[in-house]
Design a protein around this ligand. Structure first.
Ligand code: URP
Ligand code: ZN
Ligand code: ZN
Length: 461
């Protein structure tokens, strides 16, 4: 099966040129000027950008959290991702206390089975790490292709682990070439702030933000980096939301420590004032860390430009406004934490970043595709357009405009956090391993075609 993409502007993290791409079966076979061989399918990409499929390294499909389950499963969430130009996700398997790491990974394989529309991998959330499980952590890196882990300094009683556990996980992961992703917020102090707010009768959604100060995130970030330094291991800070935390990452990188961080569209485009809306509307933005004051956004964009932040992920963790967010109608601390975004990431970052003059085209591709592929052991199979790479390719119309809305999105959620936002730049045709899965606004794939990706080690030394 041969597909020829003609006349497009091929943009990777380092290239920008007019050319044609020949795909044979699942991979890129040839790139050149005016290729004129025959093919089963010819796609005219004149006036379009031809970019590597997006890699979103932070999603939570059917994630059990806050007494409910994220509303997108591996089918609906990955179809929505594909519509938005994302062709790979790395989701999170959960190890519950008492479970082995292998059991946790098996459980998530069963959960995803037969559903994903695009390729996917798993990080592993480590909820406990007794000494006897340390060799298992190294084994899953080596044998199971699960080469990164998420540990939480937040959510006491659910996922929070102590600093000793973080140190052990980082040491073991570092030795085996793995990477620990940190949810860096001081969850113990936050717990006290929440108790105090509730005791004072403050139950509205905005108290989610008011009880999670930027200092709590900065402290967690600094502590995560310090523990990683003691463990002689790299660390990746997830969903970084504010300038205070960014400064900690900058300081670490200035000292040549292997500290990396991502931010997410919600922190670049939405701000604290969302919580001040009428009634319960603010619950739509109860996600963690919370939205910050607007001035932080410019600092995050600077971080993205200067490579203090390497990745834009989504932390896609949708809960419907009706019935799910409403669990916290009388108590903000019971609102399930998380928001949608997997479908909107590329358009938002292209529009705010490239059209907005904050980053160039190469940096755009780097942030949404190449860097996450490299950091999470998927490059050069994913994250670029090169001979031999998987033909995960997006034909992106840089001029087309659309208005983001729950009325037209494909995510399984009854609101969109970016409702009404007009964006320029739309993923029009999407190929996953050589097969066109999105064209003319239609999903043409079959759920279950997405393959599990055994990821390589990070190899930071
Ligand atoms: O609010 C969020 N971020 N929900 C998902 C869980 C997490 O902490 O990433
Ligand atoms: Zn988190
Ligand atoms: Zn998350």
């Amino acid at each position: 099966m041969k597909t020829l993409i003609k006349n497009g502007r091929i943009v990777t993290a380092v290239d920008n040129y007019l050319g044609d791409i020949l795909i044979e079966d699942e991979t890129v076979a040839l790139i050149g000027k005016k290729l004129d061989m025959t093919a089963d399918t010819v796609i005219d990409a004149a006036d379009k950008l031809v970019i590597p499929g997006g890699v979103d390294p932070h999603t939570h499909m059917e994630f059990p959290f806050g007494g409910t389950m994220a509303s997108d499963d591996f089918r609906t969430g990955t179809i929505a991702a594909a519509y938005g130009g994302t062709t790979t996700i790395v989701d999170f398997a959960i190890q519950y206390r008492g479970e082995s790491l292998t059991q946790a990974i098996d459980n998530w394989h069963r959960k995803a089975e037969g559903k994903p529309a695009i390729d996917y991998g798993f990080h592993l959330i480590v909820s406990e790490l007794p000494d006897e499980r340390v060799p298992e952590l190294k084994r899953v890196i080596r044998d199971d292709g699960v080469t990164s882990f998420k540990l939480f300094m937040a959510y006491p009683g659910a996922f929070l682990v102590d600093d000793g556990t973080i140190f052990k996980a980082m040491s073991a992961a570092g030795e085996a070439g793995g990477l620990v992703c940190m949810h860096a917020e001081n969850g113990i102090v936050i717990q006290e702030l929440i108790k105090r707010a509730l005791a004072e009768g403050h139950t509205a959604p905005k108290y989610h933000a008011l009880t999670r100060p930027t200092k709590a995130e900065a402290e967690g970030t600094a502590r995560a980096i310090a523990i990683a330094e003691m463990a002689e291991a790299p660390v990746y800070i997830v969903h970084l939301s504010c300038h205070d935390a960014l400064v900690k990452v900058q300081e670490a990188r200035d000292m040549a420590l292997p500290a990396y961080a991502e931010t997410c569209p919600q922190y670049l485009f939405l701000d604290y004032t969302r919580y001040e809306q009428e009634g319960f509307e603010g619950a739509k933005y109860v996600l963690t860390p919370p939205l910050r004051d607007k001035w932080h956004q410019d600092e995050l964009w600077k971080g993205l430009r200067m490579d203090d932040l390497q990745v834009v992920s989504t932390d896609h963790c949708p809960f419907c406004f009706k019935e799910q967010k409403e669990l916290g109608k009388d108590d903000f601390s019971k609102i399930p934490n998380g928001g949608p975004g997997v479908e909107n990431r590329l358009s938002l970052i292209y529009n705010g970043g490239v059209v907005g003059g904050r980053i160039n085209l190469n940096r755009f591709v780097q942030l949404v595709s190449t860097a996450p592929a490299k950091l999470f052991g998927l490059f050069p199979k994913k994250g670029t357009i090169a001979v031999g790479s998987d033909a995960d390719i997006v034909i992106f119309n840089p001029q087309a405009e659309t208005t983001i809305s729950a009325a037209t999105h494909h995510m399984n959620i009854d609101y969109n956090a970016y409702e009404g936002m007009r964006v320029q730049g739309v993923a029009e045709t999407v190929l996953s391993r050589g097969k066109v899965i999105i064209a003319k606004g239609k999903y043409l794939g079959t759920p279950g075609e997405g393959r599990f990706l055994k990821r390589s080690t990070f190899g930071w030394k």
